[in-house]
Design a protein around this ligand. Structure first.
Ligand code: PLP
Length: 420
C-alpha cells in the first residue's frame, strides 16, 4: 500500500499548489529548506483568507449574516482540526501560537498545583515546552529535566523513568525534535505518565508536517501544534481532553462564555487565519485523495496523504545524509542509520568543522538555498550538545514539497562554501 501511494505521490502537482516555490533569488529558484521554522502555503490557504474578508468578516455571535458565517466557519474549522487530531470538535482550541497557548494552559493547570508538585520536561524540547512549565517554579513547583543519549540525540528513557515520581503532576514531551528530528515514543511515555497519575502534554509542532496524529491512540491529555508549520497560517491549536478542558479554569474576562472550548480562546481570534487553517488541512486531504481516490472520510484521506509524504521525505533524507557523509568535516547530530528512520523525521542539523552556521546559511541564502542556523529555541539541546557558544548548528528541513534536485543544490552549496 505504502509503495503504491509513494508512487502516486505527484510532486509536480504538489509544487503547483505553492506559488512561493517559484520565487527567485539572484536568478536562482528558491529552495525552501526552512520548513521547520514555518512552511510555505498553498493557494487554497490564501484564497480562504481572502474569501473570509470578502464574505464573513465579523466578530462572533452577532444576529446578522456575516457574523453567522464567521461562527459557522469557526465551527467547521474545529471539525476539520478534530479530524486531524482524531478528537471531538469541542476539544479543539485556537490560539495565537503554541507558545502563547502553552503559557496560558500552564498557568491554568497551576491553579491546582501546590509547592513540591513536580513537572517533567526534557533536554530535547523547544523552549516553548520548557519555559511555561519552569515559570511555575515561582509557585514552588519543581521541574525535573530528562536527559538525552548524546550519541543519537534520543530521549534517555531510563532517566525519564527515574524522573517520573509519585509527585509528578505533568509530563511535557515533544513529539519530534525541531533541531535533530528525533521522534519520541509518545504513547509509551504517556503510559508512564498516567501510571504515575500525571497528565501528558505533547508538543506536536514539529511532528505535524511529518506524521499522522492520533490523540486517541496516544491517549495524551493535551497536544499542541501550529498550522504555520503544516502549510497553514501563523496560529496555534490545542487538543485538550474534554474532561480537562472542563475541569481546569482558564483566565478569562467575565462576559466571555464559560463553555468549552471557546472559554479557552482569549479575546477576538485571528478569524481570517482560522479560515486558512481549514484550507491547510483541506490541502492535505486533497493530496491524500490524489494519492488514493479510495480514501472516503477526511481522516482517511489525511492518513493517505501522510502515507505518501513520509516515504517521499525519507528518500530525500537518505539522499541528504548520504551526500553529507561525503563532505569533509561534516558532523550530523541525531539518528543517521536508515534502519532507524522510523525514529526520526527529515530535519537534519549539522556542523561543518568550526565554521560559523550563520555564515554558511548566509552563503547558501545568496544562492537561493534557505536554511536556518542557531538553536531554533531548542536551547537545552543546543547547550547539551556544546554548540550554543559556537553559533549552534545549520538546520536543513525537508518537507514533502522539496525535491532531490534541491538536496543536490544544498550539497553543492556546502562544497562550494568549503572551497570558496
Ligand atoms: C517543536 C516546537 N515547539 C514549539 C514551537 C513554538 O511554536 P509557536 O511559534 O507556534 O509558538 C516551535 C517553533 O519553532 C517548535 O518547533
Amino acid at each position: 500500500m505504502q509503495g503504491t501511494e509513494a508512487q502516486r505521490f505527484d510532486i509536480a502537482w504538489v509544487r503547483e499548489q505553492f506559488p512561493s516555490l517559484k520565487l527567485k533569488v539572484n536568478g536562482q529558484i528558491a529552495a525552501f529548506l526552512d520548513g521547520p521554522a514555518g512552511t510555505q502555503v498553498p493557494w487554497m490557504v490564501m484564497e480562504a483568507v481572502q474569501n473570509y474578508f470578502a464574505s464573513a468578516n465579523a466578530n462572533t455571535c452577532g444576529a446578522f449574516a456575516t457574523s453567522q458565517r464567521n461562527d459557522a466557519m469557526i465551527a467547521s474549522t474545529r471539525a476539520v482540526m478534530a479530524d486531524l487530531f482524531n478528537c471531538e470538535p469541542s476539544e479543539v482550541v485556537f490560539g495565537q501560537n503554541m507558545t502563547t497557548i502553552t503559557f496560558a494552559l500552564a498557568r491554568s493547570i497551576a491553579r491546582e498545583l501546590k509547592p513540591g508538585d513536580e513537572i517533567v520536561v526534557t533536554t530535547l524540547d523547544h523552549d516553548a515546552n520548557v519555559a511555561p512549565w519552569r515559570a511555575l517554579e515561582e509557585k514552588g513547583v519543581v521541574t525535573r529535566q530528562v536527559d538525552i543519549r548524546e550519541e543519537d540525540c534520543t530521549l534517555d528513557l531510563d532517566d525519564l523513568k527515574r524522573k517520573i515520581t509519585p509527585k509528578t503532576k505533568l509530563v511535557a514531551v515533544g513529539y519530534a525534535s525541531n533541531m535533530v528530528g528525533t521522534i519520541n515514543p509518545v504513547a509509551e511515555i504517556t503510559k508512564l505518565a498516567h501510571e504515575a497519575g500525571a497528565l501528558m502534554f505533547v508538543d506536536a509542532v514539529h511532528y505535524a508536517p511529518h506524521g499522522f496524529i492520533d490523540v486517541k491512540a496516544l491517549d495524551c491529555d493535551f497536544l499542541v501544534c501550529s498550522p504555520y508549520k503544516f502549510f497553514g497560517p501563523h496560529m496555534g491549536t490545542l487538543y485538550g481532553k474534554r474532561e480537562h478542558l472542563q475541569r481546569f479554569k482558564p483566565y478569562k474576562v467575565r462576559p466571555a462564555t464559560n463553555a468549552i472550548p471557546d472559554c479557552w480562546e482569549t479575546g477576538t481570534q485571528v478569524q481570517e487565519l482560522i479560515a486558512g487553517i481549514a484550507a491547510a488541512v483541506e490541502y492535505l486531504v486533497q493530496l491524500g485523495r490524489r494519492c488514493d481516490a479510495r480514501a472516503e472520510s477526511r481522516r482517511e484521506a489525511l492518513q493517505t496523504a501522510y502515507r505518501a509524504t513520509v516515504p517521499y521525505e525519507r528518500t530525500l533524507l537518505m539522499k541528504l545524509l548520504d551526500g553529507l557523509q561525503t563532505i569533509p568535516g561534516v558532523k550530523i547530530y541525531g539518528i543517521a542509520d536508515p534502519k532507524r528512520f522510523g525514529e526520526r523525521c527529515s530535519t537534519v542539523s549539522l556542523r561543518l568543522g568550526e565554521h560559523n552556521p550563520t555564515k554558511i546559511a548566509a552563503f547558501l541564502g545568496e544562492r537561493g538555498i534557505f536554511t536556518w542556523d542557531g538553536n531554533f529555541y531548542a536551547l537545552n539541546l543546543s547547550e547539551r550538545l556544546g554548540v550554543e557558544q559556537k553559533g549552534g548548528v545549520l538546520r536543513i528541513g525537508l518537507v514533502h514539497y522539496n525535491t532531490a534536485d534541491e538536496v543536490d543544490r544544498l550539497l553543492a552549496g556546502l562544497r562550494e562554501f568549503l572551497t570558496r
